[in-house]
Design a protein around this ligand. Structure first.
Ligand code: NAD
Length: 386
């Protein structure tokens, strides 16, 4: 099997799908790996490092896309500067793996199906223990949670740790993390390592122990409804629950030096949790980092990609934080892809078994058909049973 690693063309994307270490593992397993020239440059992996790992560096983009059996990417295929759409560079019958944003851009999945490309979307790897090492949503969310705290600390006019010095005693910063999923838990751990006092809230009561085990206080809110959906994700809650949540978190937002929000409900706009009135109550110099900025934001007024300042409060709406740490984000993503490729192949050859849950759930297009029910629904096409 010939595996290709594409150079990402999305503006601001610095990650690469495979790092040299992952390449050498695939080569040892009998795969041929082609890496587009410069693919790892923005993540500090040189063409020479890929060659030393056993890859062939290919300068001709069209040749690479057209000749590989399996193409690995970070971001979805898109329109190129020369007017060509990347989907049309893929060979009919080939396989594509990457973050394909199937629910955000179902039309792209249809395009892939029309091109007869078998596509696997990393967002749809099931959250089961067998698939943990392929779980790229988790690996990249960890990067975001860590980086969010560093952004907050850099923007804060205060120390995070308690300091006892000859110039007086400085109390520790108070950090409030809303949403204690993968990114939130990493944010809690990072803020604790910097010495802050941390509180956290999530509508899934099961995370209470995890929050406490990281040395943070869990803010409890009594919600009289089921807040957990399939796969351990949160579900969208009722209007009453939203109001109750907002009332309960208002006091904690007001007293915090830093608020980091990470709350998401898959396939929905991110819930609005921190209102304008709450932000107005915060102390001047406080910082908000809204990790849900790209999904609509958890805080009123968040603007994706911008740092805004009102009444002395800095509100940061970061975009694509994993790309800001491209070495480790790529290393973790490459490990996720490596495990998935091993899962999809045998003796260096692709062998797709759709009876397997991971293969079936992650596949969005196969045999000229969009094969994910939610994507089909969004496209308005009737359900096709494979
Ligand atoms: P996510 O990014 O979809 O959401 C982040 C967090 O926001 C979640 O913890 C969610 O409960 C929370 N949230 C949603 N609405 C909220 C609201 N109104 N108020 C406060 N918080 C709200 O989730 P994620 O971090 O990708 O994963 C969530 C969970 O999925 C994990 O904590 C875990 O239980 C499960 N998971 C399982 C595996 C596995 O078993 N392999 C892997 C990863 C995640």
């Amino acid at each position: 099997m010939k595996i290709g690693v594409a150079k990402e063309i999305e503006v601001g994307e610095r990650r690469v799908a495979l790092i040299p270490d992952a390449v050498s593992r695939l080569v040892k397993q009998g795969c041929e790996v082609w890496v587009e020239a410069g693919a790892g440059e923005a993540a500090f992996f040189s063409d020479a490092a890929y060659e030393a790992a056993g890859a062939t560096v290919v300068a001709d983009t069209a040749k690479l896309w057209n000749e590989v059996d399996l193409l690995l990417k970070v971001k979805p295929p898109q329109q190129r500067e020369d007017g060509q759409h990347e989907v049309n560079l893929l060979r009919e019958g080939s396989v594509l793996v990457g973050f394909l944003d199937p629910l955000g851009n179902p039309a792209l999945i249809q395009q892939l199906a029309d091109r007869n490309v078998t596509a696997f979307s990393m967002e749809l790897i099931p959250r089961i223990s067998r698939a943990q090492s392929m779980d790229a949503l988790s690996s990249q969310a960890s990067v975001s949670g860590y980086k969010a705290v560093l952004l907050a600390a850099a923007a804060s006019p205060k120390f995070f740790p308690m300091l006892t010095t000859a110039a007086g005693t400085i109390p520790p910063a108070k950090v409030f993390v809303i949403g204690a999923g993968v990114a939130g838990l990493q944010a809690i751990a990072t803020a604790r390592r910097l010495g802050a006092v941390v509180e956290a809230f999530d509508i899934r009561p099961a995370v209470k122990e995890e929050v406490q085990s990281l040395g943070a206080k869990f803010v409890e809110v009594q919600l009289d409804e089921d807040t957990v959906a399939a796969g351990g994700y949160a579900r969208e809650v009722s209007e009453t629950a939203k109001q109750r949540t907002q009332a309960a978190i208002a006091e904690h937002v007001k007293l915090s030096d830093v608020v980091i929000t990470t709350a998401q409900v898959p396939g929905k706009r991110a819930p609005l949790l921190v209102t304008e009135a709450m932000i107005a109550q915060m102390k001047p110099g406080s910082v908000i980092v809204d990790l849900a900025a790209e999904q609509g934001g958890n805080c009123a007024g968040t603007e994706p990609g911008k740092d805004i300042n009102h009444h002395g409060i800095t509100q940061i709406g970061p975009i694509n934080l994993p790309s800001a740490m491209p070495i480790h984000a790529s290393q973790m993503y490459a490990k996720n892809l490596l495990t998935l490729v091993q899962h999809l192949s045998k003796d260096g050859m692709l062998q797709l078994d759709f009876a397997d849950e991971i293969t079936r759930e992650a596949c969005v297009s196969h045999d000229r058909t969009v094969c994910n029910a939610r994507v089909q629904e969004l496209l308005g096409t009737p359900m096709q049973v494979r």
